[in-house]
Design a protein around this ligand. Structure first.
Ligand code: 1JT
Length: 259
């Protein structure tokens, strides 16, 4: 019999900002599987919110981490090493682009907007993997995941520079999978369908995408955070042991449709 038991394992979860966050659904499912969790938050204001959410997840660590800050990134892993002594799973679920970059014309993408979007949404996985490596090596291996979107490989209106960032993220996933494979560290991505998170709600035209999936996707509905979390659990646990460098679509099958 195969089962998922993460007792004695530890996971670092980035990108929880509220109860609708994809990362929050992943945190809950990893907790149910028995993992000890560490959360990073961007600002002190968000810390209280995450601590409130995670209050039932006893033994969790809460660490400040602006992914654009090298010292903070490093400190997160030093802290995990001293409190947990190992790391088995890492969830990269952070993305940002300045609001002006989404919804308008892609030709108007600013140099600063491009730098910010790619720095936060794609580059950040590289130093995370670097610092996770010795901790995962101690544990005999590990599993990292990132969250992507179909705009990484197709032209999607309004998503603009975030599509550029997701394309970079997906290649970073493959390059890291190649480099960390010999240490038994797997790196994969989940390409999610549109989900009504707080960051998505602020995007002009987002609701149109929601109804398009209901009409065109094979499953004739949208996906939930929990459905993304179930695939995350598979990739982060031993069930995904032979899988690395892969991007799995959790999108009601939308990406296979040709009309
Ligand atoms: C960001 C935002 C990253 C919204 C995001 C995102 N990844 C997915 N979404 C939802 C979305 C947004 C658009 C879209 C489809 C889905 C907002 C803040 C910056 C980071 O267009 C088709 C625009």
């Amino acid at each position: 019999m195969y089962s998922i038991d993460l007792t004695g394992k530890t996971a670092l979860i980035t990108g929880v900002s509220n109860k609708r966050s994809i990362a929050w659904a992943i945190a809950q499912i990893l907790h149910q599987a028995g993992a000890r969790l560490a959360f990073t938050y961007r600002r002190e204001r968000v810390k209280a919110k995450i601590e409130g959410l995670a209050s039932e997840l006893s033994g969790s660590l809460f660490l400040e981490c602006d992914v654009q800050n090298d010292e903070q990134l490093k400190a997160v892993f030093t802290e995990i090493d001293s409190k947990f002594g190992r790391l088995d799973c890492l969830v990269h679920s952070v993305a940002f682009a300045p609001p002006a970059e989404l919804g308008g014309l892609f030709v108007n993408t600013s140099r600063d907007g491009f730098k910010t979007a790619l720095d936060i949404s794609a580059y950040s996985l590289i130093p995370m993997a670097k610092h996770a490596l010795p901790l995962m090596d101690k544990a005999g291996g590990g599993s990292l995941i990132g969250i992507s979107y179909i705009a990484a490989e197709r032209a999607v209106p309004a998503y603009n520079v975030m599509g550029t960032a997701k394309a970079a993220l997906e290649q970073i996933i493959r390059q890291l999978a190649f480099e960390l494979g010999p240490m038994n560290i797997r790196v994969n991505g989940i390409s999610a369908g549109p989900i009504e998170t707080v960051s998505a709600r602020g995007v002009p035209g987002f609701t149109d995408f929601f109804s398009m999936y209901e009409q065109r996707a094979p499953l004739k509905r949208n996906v939930t955070q929990e459905e993304v979390a179930k695939s995350a659990l598979y990739l982060l646990s031993d069930l995904g042991s032979g899988v690395t460098g892969e991007i799995i679509f959790v999108d009601s099958g939308f990406h296979i449709v040709g009309y």
